[in-house]
Design a protein around this ligand. Sequence first.
Ligand code: ZN
Length: 510
Amino acid sequence: MRELPMVLRHQDITYPRLRINDHTLDENIPAIPSESENDRYRAPPTQNLGALDALPTELLDEILSQLDLRTLTDFRHVNRRATELVDFLPQYKAITTCTECIAWSPKHRNWQMDYLHASREFGLDKDTMATLPRMTVIPGTYSPNGKKASKSVLIDYESALCAGVALHGSLCAMRKYTSDMETQKSQAYHAKVATAQQSRSTTHRIRRPRVTGPPDGRSGNPLRFVAIVRVPWLNRPSQEVEWGFYCLGCEKSSRPPLHHRRQFTTTSFDDHIRQCGTIQNGKHRSGEFRILVNHKSVKYITIDAGLYDVETMCFGPSLTASLPTLPPGLWNQAHISRDPTTGAPHFATASQASLPGISRTWHHTRIDHLELQMGRKLRSNVYEATCARFDLPIVAKFAPFLWEVPWLERETRAYDWIEGQQIGPEFLGHLTEEGRVIGFLVARVVDCRHAEPGDLSLCREALSRLHRLGILHGDVNRHNFLVSGGRTTLIDFDSAERPTGTGEMEVELA
Ligand SMILES: [Zn+2]
């Protein structure tokens, strides 16, 4: 789980489930027979997959895992052999058997609307209606208000809109047609009422025509929740299934980008924190940036939430270009807020501060960040780099945000503990920035890959060597074991500790 450490770091500022009961389809769906019951009724395949079957299963799995879900589902319907292959794919299994994560969209183009409403709203005849994607509502209690929805047919909003435009020739022609129809129905209604009143008969049996309009977007409309199921998200690079989580800093807000219904993955949460700032006491502070000015001095700038959009905030060069003119003089910390008179971003403060650094500087080598040429990003805060002092490319890990310094402090301490033990990569020196230590450099493990299930004994052996030194790794997952040339190198020691007992180590080894 490549990005998991980020989640662990943020676990006190996120929460896993929305604290509102939306009463979605998940709660109303009838129980589906378990997989084993399904299997009991599934006859073995009688047909093969033709030329595809000539490929080894591993290769077929690799090909199938590259397909999007729609294509994969279509392929699954080819025959029982295809079904069997797809059902055994771990990614497909994860998606079809998981029941977490609510997909929720405020855009009505993703909604379903009831049959009559769709035919009136877009002026569709019966034949056209018959061609549209539809779903049957499973009766039950839906929406946060717990309203009843009865069995009915819902039509896909966007398909109905497109069919309406195609049928009438243009959006304007469609709108004119539906408005004319509405006027006609309204006139017919009033004529009927007038006739009834003249003949002194009752008018309450005459039905007032329903007014058309966009679907009811209020959260109390149960039809908005009848098609919602929880679906996990597959992190393609790490091949892990993510359940999603919510931001504590947004919990009490309904103003995008700070919205209590926004659900995050580890990656999108990183962007969110960059855009809206770190969270303190349950509230977003402001975005923090480390900017190199004139190729020599580093400035730490905090920017109030919502001043720039997420693309600008996450892409260094466009942010630097969007900043107000930098203040003159000596400063390394500044704050940008909205100018109360002009409404534009401005430097509210700029000062020279003594910034925190890593104190456990046990290694004799110190290298300034300006001596490095940063290369590929390997994971959060970890980059490949080259440096004239080393023949081979190296790996640099540092704290770009001041609040991350304690994590690097712990990891630097752990490298001191394991120095010379061949457990982690070779420690090459401390990384400095204007005198203070902000990270470290280690040797790159060449031709390595992350551990796989077959490497379990190698991983246990590496972990045992760490435990024999009395050190707990604290974040054991397959991405923290690099396998190369028949041996395993442990990385990511920012959760490492020296516990007093051995119980925790037994748990970690299990
Ligand atoms: Zn937030």
